[in-house]
Design a protein around this ligand. Sequence first.
Ligand SMILES: [Zn+2]
Length: 587
Amino acid sequence: MQGFSRDFSMYPPCCHLLMKLAQFFPILVVWPALACGQTNHSTSIKLDQVGYPTNAPKIALISVPARTFQVKRSSDNVVVFEDTLSPGATDPNSGDVVQAADFTVLRTVGTYYLEVPGTGRSWDFPIGPEVFSRAYYLAMRAFYGQRCGTAVDLGPEFPLYKHAACHLEGRFHASSGRQGRRDNVGGWHDAGDYGRYMVNSGIATGTLLWAFEMFGSKLKGIKLNIPESGNGTPDILNEARWNLEWMLEMQDEDGGAWHKQTSERFCDFILPEDDHLPSEVIGTGKLPYKSTCATADLAAVAAIAARVYQPFDKNFAARNLHAASAAWAWTERFPNVIFRNPPGISTGEYGDSDCGDERLWAAAELWRTTGEAEYNRYFVDHYAQYLPALGALSAESWGAVAPMGLWSYALEARSQADSQALAAVREAALTAAHATVGRMRHNPYHISLGEGDFRWGSNGLVANYGMELLVANALSPDHANLEAALDNLHYLLGRNTFSISWVTQVGEHPFRHPHHRPSGADKNPEPWPGLLSGGPNAGRQDPVLRALPADLPPAKVYSDDQGSYASNEVCINWQAMLVFLLAGVMQ
Ligand SMILES: [Zn+2]
């Protein structure tokens, strides 16, 4: 596929099929290009293609010099609003000079587009009360698409988006300390590859469970059309359980958890059922074979599960609580066993030299669930050293989960909680959010990313900042934090230098060539829906990015190319952050 890939993103969606044909029949290339070049959609007009909530601020950004703009109704091209643009501001990260088009006062539900005289028109976008519900639905269903160990079929909505059951057998790798068969069927494929990794599963599953815990009143009724739909449990929890069951299988009898289950190397760009490389449980290569970061992440996530599933399945909740306490006890015995890829293994490492933050998260979640003094004591003894993490740029990630622990302790203050710790965490969290909002006010694209944040998974960082802002809002309601979270979402859905939606099949002009094996291997013209791209990455760790002009500013180091795993891969951890952000702004 890669050898034939061309960038068709400048053409309207009506042309994509023709262009796809044209890549195999080059003689036809000229014709569709002429036939389709009739629209004047301008990528210089950047806005949220998914839309704007009725009562929220509504700002589009224009990156060519202009004076005025009009908002037109899509159905009849009638001008419903017009105004002058703000003065230009230079965005240091992209080099763009950006003017704002503010149409906040437009509150009539409908579908519109922006027109800038002399420049062209934008993609269509809606204004309405529930504009993000479809994006949430697709972003959550993307997890269903990542299911391993079962046949997946997106149904009549997306015919031909399916794969057969995969990775039904597994075995212990020598580094695990065991030998023989170990199937561990289930879980989600981690990213563009088919591996399953405990550490990344930890933050992804934990984030989804938190989304339910914080925004469940909105989410509990949303059906995802998955096999479990209608079983009495909210679908977001049904989907999270698919991965949680696999995580529980990765726990050894002594309480420790093996780090990952993958093949020894990445397979080709094939469908999952065609991947016949042995799926192996991989350990540290020497006693105690399990890793502390993986085990502590399991303890944290299973502790959340123990309280979240309680109303729906008491036995499952109890099983999680047992797993969480056993995992915690293991980390007491082995507080910092680090994982590195053993010789001969080249799949993702998710290596982390310090598992103290994972343990802090586990202690906080176990305390929140059980109220047992042991966990509180651990948290109180250790939290202070992690407080600065809340104020750092891009606070939380798969390898830095201290903020999850700190936030959790403060989000549900138990009666015996340490008042000094509570106050310190609250203050640090609110101060960090305040600083992020302040930085965004000076950012022409209205995003939280700071200098240096345009690195691997920068779109995930955008969503992470959204989480920071939404958690701060939960601790102390503040409209500025909510609006800032929404601004970050607008960036992901089209209000960015490329004027593309970074979620597949969402918005009129989405990216189309994710580094995602099912999308690359199947015969469908469009990628699997609902997937978030990794985003611009000035680190340029792949050949596609290295081939881009050397003087590109960081926000522009991105290529909608399947080969660009460093800027265009999908991944369950930033997918979960997107879900959290969507859920938060929907609520
Ligand atoms: Zn699989």
